[in-house]
Design a protein around this ligand. Structure first.
Ligand code: NAD
Length: 488
């Protein structure tokens, strides 16, 4: 990969061709582990987004008439190409995002599973029929693709999140435009080289690089039937409102503040090793990351001591080094934001057990590192216990019972994921029945649904009704027709 002066300006991929965006502002793509420049994103204009949507609209006519089995075959080919490129794609992802290679591989694997699921579309998108709804009359319900859909995606899972959407949408017979994060566009460039190699007809899947302006152009374009968005809650909410105003379908996945309940009857060692990954994995930049641990009753001190010990052992550094457990956060600005939260925690009276603010990696002095950070004696109304930090910062709160834990969770405005660690079926039953959060882990700290279930939160973590992928994805990307027939 070229760096610095010889950096590439990232092209768009529209109508099966690579096109350099015409003008406008440019942003550098930075390796967050080193500060090194990896590429340049030239921000596409509204006109460039509109052009890509118009090309996708033209491609829809013949793509929707392509039999589902033939459409699926392109995804078998893409799956094969993704497998061949697995290591390369994972390395690009580590370089642009900072997560470790093991984490990058895990997320590319999860993305490939969505491609595999799309290969089953001839079975999955079937409708249903009833003979003789009245004498001599039959009724048939079929699903049909709708036209052009698009996705707008965040920096933290740049290879995986677009794969949550375009395989399902396109295998259902729609055409598609991906607008990746302007901070991490490199893995999508590689993905589209593979899309190109897989031989999808021109215009079926398109890539437009840009920021909020290009995203806004997608949302307001009259030829876009629906938008899949993933990002922070404030933007998710505005995308939901804006897209609804234009009569679009919209699923907007937002930010998170995830609470975890540790019961006195949990398996303590396994709980701690599992939670360490949930809290500090991907440097806390995961919408499923545990952020606040509610430790119940007399487990509190033992749990705190073990979590503290384990957190101290985490090795930070460049994710390309296989011995590293945690990489940097995405940017200098984001590091400053995370540090400001740590400062707020101290100012509001929490005890800072482990302070990651001065983390330094000697062979990566240009990187944006925050070390594992742990707060004790946190109160539910403190800023660090309420707001999304999106960094390697965890809080522990002592609660007397499961009822108090549930009250704290219910008092938070987000609702993405939550977990309980226990060996009691009774506690699990109560927790899963009452917690009201969408993705629930039982002795699992990262409750990430696989491609054939659905992904998405509730409350301020999700705006819409049909969630990402699984059956909901097929529902979102198709419209249903009912045909009632009689033959004289
Ligand atoms: P972000 O909201 O800053 O950006 C996300 C995308 O929105 C980017 O592509 C960006 O260009 C685009 N965008 C920016 N302004 C816009 C506007 N006004 N209108 C339309 N689009 C606009 O989010 P981020 O910092 O890239 O990602 C981190 C956030 O994403 C965190 O809050 C995290 O919790 C969330 N996230 C949620 C999930 C989930 O499944 N709920 C998954 C991953 C990340």
């Amino acid at each position: 990969m070229k760096t610095d002066k010889s950096c590439d300006i990232l092209p768009n991929y529209v109508g099966g061709k690579w096109i350099e965006p015409a003008g406008g502002n440019e942003l550098d793509v930075i390796n967050p582990a080193t500060g090194e420049k990896l590429g340049i994103v030239r921000l596409s204009s509204k006109a460039e987004m509109d052009q890509a949507i118009s090309v996708a609209k033209d491609a829809f006519r013949s793509w929707r008439d392509t039999p589902p089995v033939d459409r699926a075959r392109y995804f078998f080919k893409l799956k094969e190409l993704l497998e061949e490129d697995f290591e390369n794609l994972s390395r690009i992802l580590t370089m642009e995002n900072g997560k470790t290679l093991a984490e990058a591989r895990g997320s590319v694997r999860r993305g490939i599973e969505n491609v595999e699921a799309a290969c089953g579309m001839p079975s999955l998108m079937q409708g249903y029929t009833l003979e003789d709804v009245a004498v001599g009359i039959d009724c048939q319900a079929v699903r049909q693709p709708m036209g052009v859909f698009g996705c707008i995606t965040p920096f933290n899972f740049p290879a995986m999140v677009p794969l949550w959407f375009f395989p399902t949408a396109v295998a259902c017979g729609n055409t598609f435009v991906v607008k990746p994060s302007e901070q991490t566009p490199l893995s999508q460039r590689r993905m589209f080289e593979l899309v190109d190699k897989a031989g999808f007809p021109p215009g079926v899947i398109n890539l437009v690089n840009g920021d909020g302006e290009a995203a806004g152009a997608m949302i307001s374009n009259p030829d876009i039937k629906g938008v899949s968005f993933v990002g922070s809650s404030a933007v998710a909410e505005s995308v939901y409102k804006e897209a609804s105003k234009y009569g679009k379908r919209v699923q907007a996945l937002g930010g998170a503040k995830n609470f975890v309940v540790v019961m006195p009857d949990c398996e303590l060692d396994s709980t701690v090793s599992n939670l360490i990954d949930s809290i500090y994995g991907c440097a806390g930049e995961r919408c499923l990351a545990a952020s606040v641990v509610l430790a119940v009753g007399d487990i509190y001190d033992r749990f705190k001591a073990k979590l503290h010990e384990a957190a101290k052992k985490i090795k930070i550094g460049n994710g390309l080094d296989e011995s590293v457990n945690m990489g940097p956060v995405i940017s200098e600005a984001h590091k400053a934001r995370v540090v400001s939260y740590i400062e707020k925690g101290v100012a509001e009276g929490a005890d800072l057990l482990l302070d990651g603010r001065d983390a330094e990696v000697t062979d990566c002095l240009g990187g944006f590192f925050v070390g594992p950070t742990l707060f004790d004696n946190v109160k539910p109304d403190m800023t660090i216990a309420r707001e999304e930090i999106f960094g390697p910062v965890a809080s522990i709160i002592k609660v007397k019972d499961i009822a108090e834990a549930l009250d704290i969770i219910h008092g938070n405005e987000y609702g993405n994921a939550t977990s309980i660690y226990t060996s009691s079926g009774k506690h699990v039953r109560r927790f899963t029945h009452e917690v009201g959060i969408s993705m629930i882990g039982v002795n699992i700290g990262v409750a990430a649904p696989m491609a054939f279930f659905m992904f998405g939160g509730t409350n301020k973590s999700f705006f819409g009704d049909l969630k990402a992928y699984g059956r909901d994805g097929i529902e979102f990307y198709t419209d249903k027709r009912v045909i009632i027939s009689r033959w004289f």
